[in-house]
Write a protein of this length. Sequence first.
Length: 226
Amino acid sequence: MSFELENTVPWGRTLAEYKSMFNLGECDLSKRIISFGDGPASFNSEMNMLGKKVTSLDPIYQFSKEELRQRIDETKDIVMDQMTENKDNFIWTTIKGLSELEQLRMGAMSNFLADYEIGLNENRYLMHELPESTNFKAQNFDLGLSSHFLLLYSKLGLDFHIKSISEMLRVCKEIRIFPILNLNAEPSELLPKIEKVFKKDFELNIEPVNYEFQKDGNKMLRIQRR
Ligand SMILES: C[S@@+](CC[C@H](N)C(=O)[O-])C[C@H]1O[C@@H](n2cnc3c(N)ncnc32)[C@H](O)[C@@H]1O
């Protein structure tokens, strides 16, 4: 099935948010990092400005800068209306309110757009749709990330998650997934089943992080080779 831009709602986070969602210390930032479902986040662009290379994968990278800009403009108000409606499900301490949230997200996506064509040329943004395999060799990366995709979209199902996580673990020595809640802000129902499948060959840990925007959403899943 082809990936339709009109079915996507682009929404991107910043490097500061990635650092706190994934407990990324200075040492982590110098690792070979790949980020799955990275979308219009400014993580890659901000890391690149610091002289650090991230490889970002997402199906939206098949579209042009203009197409992505248009889609961001079309959907911004829809997302902000939904956030207003569900305001009580979130914690407004770091991000102080809806207008700060809008500024933060639009700023991140504008950084992404400014970097997008350069990053495509440098192969920092690669079109890829999970759970498809990538062309990378085994353990090509130290660290693989999934922010606000796996576990959050639990409706994609267990099989999708097992295949996706298996591919991430093939190309990475370690992966981190944030959040571990689903879209209803409940603990992802897939987590116990995923733990069961991978615990035989990998070490799985659920770790607290400093980032909490979804209520009770301050935990990430880390999976490492034994
Ligand atoms: C909520 S956004 C998160 C973007 C970014 N990671 C962040 O936290 O700011 C979810 C992303 O998952 C991407 N996505 C959707 N289906 C995907 C798939 N099958 N494989 C990989 N990414 C996918 C979307 O295009 C979108 O960019």
